[in-house]
Structures are given as C-alpha cells and as structure tokens.
Design a protein around this ligand. Structure first.
Ligand SMILES: Cc1cc2nc3c(=O)[nH]c(=O)nc-3n(C[C@H](O)[C@H](O)[C@H](O)COP(=O)(O)OP(=O)(O)OC[C@H]3O[C@@H](n4cnc5c(N)ncnc54)[C@H](O)[C@@H]3O)c2cc1C
Length: 441
C-alpha cells in the first residue's frame, strides 16, 4: 500500500487496509461481509477531494473503486456514456473526444478524479454555469447499499418521471448512503474549435458585464469564465515566469474566457469585438487573445495550478463558497474588511468560476489556524451566506472538514430530513462514518 499515492489528504489511508473490488458483485460481497462484522467502509475514487471525505481510520476499510475503470458504452447517437465508477474524468474526456463528444464538465483534477467521486461530491468545475453540476449530467446510476443490496437505475434517457428520483440521494452524498458502482452520463457535442482570451478589468462589475457580452456572442458559445483576483494571478504568473507585453497584472481582477464554435479565426475575431465593447465602458482594461495552443495552455495554467498556493503557504486554509452574482462585489468587500479586522495582514487569494458565482478563497497563512482565528474567519465568510442566497459549500462538499459549517448554516428541517434519510439507508453509520453528518453519540 505504501506505493499508492494517498492523494490530497495524508489521512486517506489511516485505516491501513484497502480492498479493490473489480465488479459491482464484488463490491456487494465486500459490503455484505463488512455489514455482518460491523466494519465501516470508506469509499475512495481518485482521492482528489478537498474536504476530507475520504479520510479513514483504524477499524475501517477503504474500498477503492480504482479497478472498476471500464467505459462500458459510449454511444454517439444517444450521446450517452455508461461507465464504472473508477473511470477518471480524463479517460472519459479522451474516449468521448474520439466520437466528437465531451462530458460537459471539466476540472483541473481531471487526471485523477473519478466519475464516481465526482458524482459523490456533486462536482461542478468550469462549465457548470452552462451545463450544470454533476447532478445535471447524470441520467442513471447503480449503487451498493449498506446491507449489500444493489440499487439499480441505469436509465439512459433524460425524461424519467417514474416515481421518486432516488438517484439524487446518492449524488452529493459523499459515500454516506451507498457506494456508486456504475453511472450513465449525458455527453455533448465537442465544438470544432475553441479560443481563449484573458482580460484585465477594474471591478467585479466589469468582469460580470464582460461575461454577459461573451454569453451573447454571435460567433460561438461561452465555455468558461474564470476569475483570478490580483493577488492570485500575480502569484501564479510569477511562479510560471509569465508576462505579456501590454497586459497589466496589476488590474484588480483578470477574467479568463473560453469560446467554442465552428472556426477558431471567427472566435478570435469575436474576442476582439467583445474587447472593443469592454474598452468603451472600461477604458483602463487590458486584454490578450491566445494566438496558439501553447499560449492557450499557458493562460489556463495560471488558473489551474492551485498547488502554488499550498507550496507558498503549506496547508493554507481554503474555502469554497457560492454567492449570487449580484451580491459578489459586496460580499468580497465585506470579506476583505472582515479579514483585515481579524489581523491587518490577513488576506485571501481569490479565484473561481465567476459565471456561476463560485469563489475559492485561500488564506495567505500556513494552516491550521488557531481555533479562535478559524472561527472568526468562518464567521466573516458564512455569517450572511444563507441570507443572501448563497452556500458555504459550492462544489467541494462537506466531508469531515465542513460538518460544523453545515450544522451552523443549514435549515434545521433540512438537517433532520437528512438524518431521516441516513437512518433509513444506513442506520448503523457503516457507510463513510463521520462525513457530512456526525454519527449519533
Ligand atoms: C487541483 C484540484 C482542482 C479541483 N477543482 C475542482 C473543481 O473545479 N470543481 C470541483 O467540483 N471539484 C474540484 N476539485 C475537487 C475534486 O476533484 C472533486 O471533489 C472530485 O469530484 C473528487 O473525485 P475523486 O474520484 O478524487 O473522489 P475522492 O476524493 O476519492 O472521494 C471524494 C468523496 O466521494 C466519496 N466517493 C468516492 N468515490 C465514491 C463512489 N464510487 N461511491 C460513493 N462515494 C464515493 C468519498 O468517500 C469521498 O467522500 C479539485 C481538486 C483538486 C485537487
């Protein structure tokens, strides 16, 4: 086991024992044996989860889906894939591309993150503003329940009103209600061409207006709109030695945009047209359009290489909030002022999926924070998040790390309904105990 990478959390293999079944029948067998001997199970996919959902301890068994990595069906007519849970996003993207299709969801951990793990965390990523999150991509799924029985709903159709749509219980449950073994996913046509541009802008409002212009694009459709606030892009640009004549890294916010369509030249022209319109309203803006695949990759690396943050500030505390678009500007101002009141030089690196209001916030501090500082930070971040219509956990889940935040911010009726569901499907807390909900004392 020493040879297996523990992934994003050093405690993922705390249990000291991993089983890796090769089929749904074998998963059911393992679950049945564990159930008879009251041994809790921690499911694991690619171990890229960021909220401690895969951590395990002595007395538990890690169940890895890594061997269940077959793409069983990829149908260009149905535009549907049927995959085992351990298929990585990158493997599905590559297979879909061969048929001119894509999964319609993308994130930087694509090389390791599995479809089963992404369904379990209800992952979002860069295309969610357009295509929805994982919940909106799943047509059907199969899961092994705590007693070893198999829930099977592998429908391959969009429309299905046949009673309660129970697959949604397992999506975003982070392995606490069952082990997902197979998934049916919608696929979308891959555009023939893509183009990427980055604009340096004076305000969040300017960035949102630029997104609006790009959404109304005539030559293509918007595929991604990622925001990088100044401190974040300055850090990644400096780490990668990136600069571009005429592009001002001192702008308050940079916006990375990707368009998809029929012809690359037309998409680049469209970016020039959008930039001209942006300049009319915000003359201090700067912009570049990637002229080659290498330039495009360089721009994306500035956004996706979040590792740099954690190399600069080991174990830096990080947060993942969703904020309605019209509230983002005020929210960010409140957070900056609130952090400053905690400690004058406490400040966040801010970046995220601006088009859907998902902000990632990483502190300029080595973690973990002192308990009182952590509480003060969370109070600033979460105090009014529900009241303004946002969420303390946008796309990473609750795991073991954010249970206290769920308890602090969730509607009490929702919490008790969640506990009822857990009791009904896993009353003994054998499935990923200590994640999402606390086990009863
Ligand atoms: C660099 C980086 C960038 C990222 N970017 C994004 C992003 O843009 N958007 C986003 O949403 N997330 C992002 N993430 C988070 C992460 O990639 C997702 O949480 C991913 O969905 C987890 O997949 P996984 O296979 O690694 O699951 P794991 O980390 O192994 O598990 C995650 C959770 O799901 C459970 N689980 C795993 N497989 C199963 C299964 N088959 N059945 C039941 N439960 C299961 C685990 O018990 C755990 O609770 C990023 C992570 C990194 C490291």
């Amino acid at each position: 086991m020493a040879a297996i990478d523990p992934g994003w959390n050093q405690f993922n293999f705390g249990a000291g024992i991993v089983v890796a079944p090769g089929s749904t029948a074998e998963v059911a067998l393992v679950v049945g044996i564990c159930s008879r001997h009251a041994v809790p199970i921690v499911p694991q996919g690619g171990r890229t989860g960021l909220v401690g959902g895969s951590v395990s301890k002595i007395g538990e068994v890690v169940l890895s889906l890594g061997r269940m990595n077959r793409i069983e069906r990829l149908d260009p007519v149905e535009r549907v894939a049927v995959v085992e849970a351990g298929v990585t996003l990158a493997a599905l993207q590559a297979a879909a591309l061969d048929e001119g299709l894509e999964p319609g969801i993308d994130l930087a951990a694509r090389g390791s993150a599995t479809i089963g793990g992404m369904v379990s965390t209800n992952a979002g990523g860069v295309m969610a503003f357009r295509n929805g999150v994982m919940r909106h991509r799943v047509l059907g799924l199969e899961a092994v329940l705590a007693d070893g029985s198999v829930f099977s709903d592998l429908t391959r159709v969009v429309k299905n009103s046949a009673g309660y749509d129970l697959k949604h219980l397992f999506i975003g449950a982070e392995g606490t209600l069952g082990i997902i073994t197979r998934i049916v996913l919608k696929l979308d046509p891959m555009p023939r061409a893509t183009a990427t541009a980055m604009f340096g802008l004076p305000t969040v409002g300017a960035a949102l207006e630029t997104i609006r212009l790009a959404l109304n694009s005539e030559a293509g459709h918007l595929r991604a709109a990622e925001a990088l606030w100044r401190s974040y892009i300055k850090l990644t640009a400096s780490a990668h030695g990136w600069s571009e004549p005429g592009f001002d890294l001192d702008q308050p916010i940079c916006l990375l945009l990707s368009l998809g369509g029929g012809r690359e030249e037309a998409l680049c022209d469209e970016f020039e047209r959008i930039f001209a319109q942006v300049l009319e309203c915000f003359p201090e803006s700067t912009g570049i359009v990637a002229g080659s695949r290498r330039q495009e990759n360089d721009l994306w690396r500035l956004r996706e290489d979040t590792d740099i943050l954690y190399r600069t500030h080991p174990a830096a505390p990080s947060y993942d909030v969703s904020v309605p678009l019209s509230e983002i500007d005020d929210y960010v101002s409140r957070v900056l002022a609130g952090f400053c009141a905690i400690e004058p030089d406490l400040s966040p690196y801010l970046f995220g999926h601006l088009a859907d209001g998902n902000l990632h916030i990483v502190l300029n501090r080595q973690g973990p924070l002192a308990e009182s500082t952590a509480a003060a930070v969370e109070s600033v971040l979460y105090e009014d998040i529900r009241a303004i219509g946002g969420s303390f956990s946008a796309e990473h889940g609750v795991g073991s790390k954010r249970i206290h935040s769920l308890l602090a911010t969730a509607d009490p009726t929702k919490l008790s309904a969640m506990e009822c569901v857990k009791r009904a499907l896993d009353g003994q807390h054998m499935m990923n105990p200590g994640k999402v909900l606390r086990p009863p004392l």
